[in-house]
Design a protein around this ligand. Structure first.
Ligand SMILES: [Zn+2]
Length: 440
């Protein structure tokens, strides 16, 4: 794995010690306000489909702080030209996208931060020590659904934007933007597509996700699948006359586990080699059984197959489907009929570690002494918004943010306040490095 060394980015001008100190001071002074902002973001529920209140709140915050804002709703018609980018087309009405701009004075490169406004449902509130919408601070951590995925990283980017505006009242050489897009948790890429179609094509992109504060230069592609298992109902007392879809579903689930092992070619991509599963198959939904006392005539499951950046998604869909069809053909699905549907797919991305954007991120980390000697470039172990612009026009992209996937989507989700603060400083420094580079 390519180790991160400081020699590689010697070509990038380092912001003076004075400037770094000034930014640090600004961020330090702004810390109570940034913390207060994150608390409020966490107190506004924004599950997929209900992002509006959160986005309106951030738009007001941006205006109050003197930023340009573009708040818009996209229609399905506008996205039709890029329909191939997302198969599952969820309704977008009432789900605005927001782009906040800190205009540059030219002629440097532009940088965009991308955050999704939605969070997944919190589940049973009883499982939370502090309420899922509490924004409770305890022992240096802030708790709530979305704390690390992705309101904490978003708060870092907003604090960075504010600090840059204060340190550079005339603007950096290039534009710096934060886009807040809906719907990532239920249809990866769709929200970012709304901003792309609106005309936002940055020279560099940082997708905010919890990456333990370290920049990641790759992310996964993937597909969402749904498997229907068709059996035949019969009274339980003569169940040999029926075909039990629950037994068929059990065979499907066992088969998926085997497939996960089979797909895990260990050296398929070294950026993902440290994760225990090379191509995870996660079943997140099962259903079946309609009547008491009868064999089940219809059952099913759904989930994600997660892929590597260079995987051919269509070829993998075919392989997935073929492997499951074998189960039906060799009779191991207990006579059930299997139907497989793919309801969503999204591409991954992989930026060379030598790319100037990766090097600018590294320079920013080194500026503030955050580069761990053991750190090496690796992929973000999930699908995210990074693949959308990468797939359309290879926008240089990193995934980066405070917090860890280990806390995301569970009860008691949290992020360390210090990590949010550190990320704000590294984001600001990275923006200085990147926007100072001339446009190609
Ligand atoms: Zn996320």
């Amino acid at each position: 794995m390519p180790a991160i060394t400081t020699a590689q980015h010697a070509a990038f001008p380092t912001p003076s010690q004075n400037l770094q100190r000034e930014l640090k001071d600004i961020l330090h002074q702004g810390q109570p306000a940034a913390q207060d902002l994150l608390e409020k973001l966490l107190q506004i529920p924004s599950t997929s489909g209900n992002e509006r209140d959160l986005v309106m709140f951030i738009a007001r915050w941006a205006k109050q702080n003197g930023f340009e804002t573009d708040l818009f709703e996209s229609s399905e018609t506008e996205l039709n030209a890029y329909r191939q980018a997302t198969l599952r087309h969820i309704p977008l009405a009432g789900r605005p996208t927001l782009v906040i701009t800190f205009p540059g004075r030219g002629p440097g490169r532009s940088l965009m931060f991308n955050a999704h406004s939605d969070v997944i449902a919190p589940g049973d509130p009883q499982r939370w020590t502090h309420g899922p919408w509490s924004g409770k601070i305890s022992d240096g951590r802030i708790y709530g659904r979305g704390a690390c995925d992705v309101k904490g990283p978003l708060a870092s980017a907003l604090a960075a934007l504010l600090a840059l505006k204060s340190a550079y009242p005339q603007g950096l050489p290039g534009d710096v933007r934060v886009e807040i897009v809906p719907g990532e948790e239920d249809c990866v890429g769709l929200g970012t597509l709304t901003s792309y179609v609106r005309g936002y094509h940055p020279d560099g992109l940082i997708v905010l996700e919890p990456t333990e504060g370290q920049p990641r230069n790759a992310s996964r592609g993937g597909v969402r699948f749904a498997i229907r298992v068709q059996g035949k109902a019969a009274h339980g007392t003569v169940k040999w006359l029926g075909i039990d879809a629950i037994i068929g579903l059990r065979a499907v689930l066992e088969h998926l586990e085997l497939m996960e092992t089979e797909f895990a070619v260990p050296d398929a991509n070294e950026l993902f080699a440290r994760y225990p599963l090379m191509r995870p198959i996660t079943v997140d939904h099962i259903e079946g059984g309609n009547w008491q006392g009868a064999t089940c005539d219809l059952a099913g499951c759904a989930g994600y197959l997660e892929l590597l950046p260079a995987d051919d998604i269509e070829a993998w869909k075919k392989r997935f489907q073929d492997r499951l069809c074998e189960l039906q053909q060799n009779g191991k699905a207990s006579g059930c009929r299997l139907d497989i549907e793919f309801s969503e797919d999204y591409g991954g991305h992989e930026l060379s570690a030598g790319h100037p954007l990766a090097q600018c991120a590294l320079a920013a980390m080194t500026d503030i002494g955050l580069t761990a000697s053991s750190m090496s470039w690796r992929g973000f172990n999930a699908g995210c918004e990074a693949g959308l612009r990468w797939g359309i026009n290879q926008t240089p992209t990193l995934v980066w943010g405070p917090g860890s996937l280990e806390q995301a989507h569970g009860a008691d989700e949290y992020v360390e306040l210090k990590a949010v603060h550190d990320a704000a400083l590294s984001f600001a420094l990275c923006a200085i490095h990147w926007t100072t580079l001339p446009v190609k």
